[in-house]
Design a protein. Structure first.
Length: 377
């Protein structure tokens, strides 16, 4: 009898190991380098993320190309011991962040809940290719999401008819923009979203309040916008001599030196995430104390609004925002604008904008899981 038990137990262990190996082997090899003409990026192999590594998922560094020829770097996550074709989600954001920050946290957590997920660095940032560094484009960054869908759909473990996307902060707007144009996206979610073309053209349409009372104000008028464009275009003279790589000053204040009682509350909250141990990452534009985006980057955003055909979007959509977020108006207006018959605006009680970057007690992962499982089936 004992021999039979040992034999049965050994067989079970062998089968479990076989299934684990099969699932693990289905993942691509670990990528180590992004190499394109004129640019080589060594991909970090150690765990350097702002959140702990999960023992419930398998993880790989991967690379893929977008339609413009840029090579993007991503972190691919899959549930351990998963079998068969699975639903998948591409995740990116916030604007100026890297995959080792919020998007990776979302991707790893959703992988724990049964999805293949891909958190990726946008073109020109993080470990992805593109020069000059630290620039952005509403067109190229929308394309980055479609390229992520291309990549996920190429994997043997993914059912290409069950792919969704999730955008955080400024990448929420790009996710919606992509879902309008890419009919392969079966579900789209946003978290604490910005419409980056709107905010760069209009400025913040809220009071810059140190106590967090974000009443609406009028957007920037044409004269103020013209003056801003004059300054940005005048930057081009010197920037062009530097291959347009000249950086604007740091995005975020030094939280130990620069925050005063008059600092708008959301500005302080950004600094307390990106410039402290809580959210700092050396590859993040928003964490850099010495510079941020290129000083001509906003030009294309001012002149090229995303979501122009939002009313034509048919993709199921979940739009999540914090109750106390300064950015809440972006989510509310996007919800009204999109034409999807299946759409939901979910407001997280008590949450501010950056709470939905990393606060696992406030990020509504149950809500995201339910939404994607309902629509990626």
């Amino acid at each position: 009898m004992l021999k039979k038990v040992i034999k049965t137990t050994s067989l079970a262990a062998m089968l479990a190991a076989t299934f684990a190996t099969t699932a693990f082997a289905a993942m691509p090899e670990n990528a180590t380098t992004v190499s394109v003409p004129g640019q080589t990026i060594q991909l970090e192999q150690k765990w350097d993320k702002i959140f702990p590594e999960s023992n419930k998922v398998d993880h790989r560094k991967v690379t893929f190309k977008n339609r413009y020829g840029f090579t993007l770097a991503g972190d691919l996550y899959a549930p351990k011991n998963a079998e068969g074709k699975m639903a998948a989600i591409a995740v990116s954001g916030p604007f100026g962040a890297v995959k080792e920050q919020s998007s990776g946290l979302y991707a790893q957590t959703l992988a724990e809940r049964g999805f293949v997920t891909l958190a990726f660095d946008p073109s020109f940032t993080g470990e992805s290719s593109g020069t000059p560094r630290n620039t952005a484009s509403p067109d190229i960054n929308t394309e980055d999401f479609s390229a992520a869908v291309d990549y996920l759909g190429s994997l043997d473990m993914v059912d290409r008819d069950k792919i969704g996307i999730l955008g955080i902060c400024g990448w929420g707007g790009f996710a919606l923009n992509d879902a309008i144009q890419d009919t392969r996206v079966k579900a789209v979610a946003t978290s604490t979203m910005y419409n980056m073309t709107r905010v760069m053209a209009n400025g913040y349409e809220i009071k810059m309040d140190p106590k967090g009372k974000y009443d609406h104000v009028a957007p920037m008028n044409a004269d103020a916008r013209y003056q801003m464009k004059e300054q940005l275009n005048n930057n081009r003279w010197e920037s062009s001599k530097n291959d347009y790589a000249t950086l604007a000053p740091a995005n975020n204040l030094d939280p130990e030196k620069d925050i005063t009682p008059e600092t708008p509350k959301f500005i302080a909250e950004y600094a307390q995430f990106y410039r402290t141990k809580r959210g700092y990452h050396p590859r993040s534009i928003n964490s850099n104390p010495n510079g941020s985006w290129t000083n001509t980057m906003p030009l294309s955003f001012i002149n090229m609004p995303i979501m122009e055909y939002a009313k034509e979007m048919r993709t199921p959509a979940l739009i999540v925002a914090g109750e106390k977020a300064h950015s809440r108006y972006f989510s509310e207006d996007a919800y009204k604008a999109i034409g999807s018959k299946d759409k939901e605006l979910y407001i997280v009680p008590g949450a501010n904008h950056t709470d939905l970057y990393d606060n696992t007690q406030k990020i509504p992962f149950d809500k995201f899981e339910q939404f994607f499982k309902a629509h990626l089936k």
